[in-house]
Design a protein around this ligand. Sequence first.
Ligand SMILES: Nc1nc2c([nH]c(=O)n2[C@H]2C[C@H](O)[C@@H](COP(=O)(O)OP(=O)(O)OP(=O)(O)O)O2)c(=O)[nH]1
Length: 152
Amino acid sequence: MTQDEGMAIPRGTAGTGPLLVVAAAVVRDGRLLVVSKKAAPEIFYLPGGKPDRAEGPVEALVRELDEELGVRPLEPRLLAEVEALAALEGVPMRLTVFQAGISREPRPAAELADLRWITGDEPDVRLAPAVRDQVLPLLRRKGLIVRGGCRT
Ligand SMILES: Nc1nc2c([nH]c(=O)n2[C@H]2C[C@H](O)[C@@H](COP(=O)(O)OP(=O)(O)OP(=O)(O)O)O2)c(=O)[nH]1
């Protein structure tokens, strides 16, 4: 084994520090787009994932949204940097959230178990802690997510 192989750096980390993840907050008609993956179908969170090595955050966002939903993010703008435990790995995570539109109706890839547009009040949707405790409250404070959604 070479030294490089022995010290392989996991995707989404710089070797130390939190797991780095980028994700999109896509809001339509007062509802937030969340997905679940077949690996953990009971947990919903924002579409996105771990940047590949040397990939910038927006670059990673573009790739992940294409892979997961077959869409392009429109006018992505930084919404928040959130620190929480990663829903799947259970390790410290830094989630960079971009608010964005999407270029077309999402087409969920095979790795996804489900896709929902939520207000956060759905009793059957269990959200990742970062989304439940930080992203959703922020979007509510901004008036973007409303109870019951909105029709406009
Ligand atoms: N995409 C995303 N991941 C989140 C959110 N909240 C949260 O805890 N996570 C966690 C779930 C996982 O532990 C980790 C991201 O994993 P992932 O499975 O989405 O990443 P990935 O697409 O790069 O997947 P992989 O290549 O490792 O299979 O971050 C969120 O809102 N969006």
